[in-house]
Write a protein that binds this ligand. Structure first.
Ligand code: BTN
Length: 249
């Protein structure tokens, strides 16, 4: 075993593996400490959203990282985790793609379904980064009923073997975190863009108006670069400024 997952703490149940990892980080948990729960009773998603899944059917995985990066660079960890999670899910037999900034998705009969997501939370000391908690949730045998458009690996013919997924995911995360620590977002861009979902139009809100956009790349900070043909320009957008529109015929 490499540095990621040493140690690994397996819990039968907890409210949120991100909260458990944060609690451990505050009392000095090492870089690479992993927390995994079989059941999570109060999981959190981005922007205060709820993240729930029934017992035995989800992966609830978090780690503590203590990287030598600036607080402004933390967004790159979401991209690195996304690449790793997408590769891991593909190894389980499901052709997932990535929806910026943090969604693991798959196209189904009713449009884009959400297989999983990533929640990165950081703590600073003064102006410096102290630690980061990277949390990953992937729906295995069933999808949470309380999340819109949620789906799961089993619904797409994939294996829902949690331990197998933990093995491939941990190995992939360790490699992609190392790429990011050495080369920043520039080291991730090609792999992330190769996995990006491109079958849907992007709708970008810019100066009060909505425009159709085309995925053009990633900025050095990890923002999404979207070309707006109607305006003849390419913008770096933040998460509240872009949404997925209609499927591209
Ligand atoms: C999102 O899509 O908004 C992110 C979802 C992240 C869910 C995972 S499950 C493991 C970890 N613990 C949490 O409370 N959240 C993350």
């Amino acid at each position: 075993m490499g540095w990621l997952g040493t140690p690994t703490i397996r819990l039968e149940t907890c409210e949120s593996t991100n909260d458990e990892a944060e609690r451990l980080a505050e009392v000095g948990a090492a870089h690479g400490t992993v927390v995994i729960a079989d059941l999570q009773t109060n999981g959190r998603g981005r922007q205060g959203r709820v993240w729930q899944a029934p017992a035995t059917n989800g992966l609830f995985w978090s780690c503590v990282l203590r990287p030598s990066i600036a607080p402004a660079e933390v967004a790159g960890l979401t991209l690195a985790a996304g690449i790793a999670a997408c590769h891991a899910v593909r190894a389980m037999g499901v052709g997932a793609t990535l929806k910026w900034p943090n969604d693991l998705v798959i196209t189904g009969p009713h449009g884009l379904g959400k297989l999983g997501g990533i929640l990165v939370e950081s703590a600073t000391r003064g102006n410096a980064l102290d630690h980061v908690v990277v949390g990953i949730g992937i729906n295995l045998g069933s999808a949470p009923s309380d999340i819109a458009h949620a789906t799961c690996l089993a619904a797409h013919g994939g294996s829902d073997n949690r331990d197998e997924l933990i093995g491939v995911l941990t190995a992939a995360l360790e490699s992609w975190f190392e790429v990011f620590f050495k080369r920043g977002v520039a080291g991730l861009a090609e792999a992330w863009l190769a996995l990006a979902e491109r079958r849907y139009a992007l709708l970008v809100t810019h100066q009060g108006s909505r425009h159709h956009g085309v995925l053009a790349g990633l900025s050095p900070e990890g923002l999404l670069l979207v070309e707006l043909p109607a305006l003849g320009t390419t913008l770096a957008v933040r998460s509240g400024e872009v949404e997925v529109g209609e499927a591209i015929a």
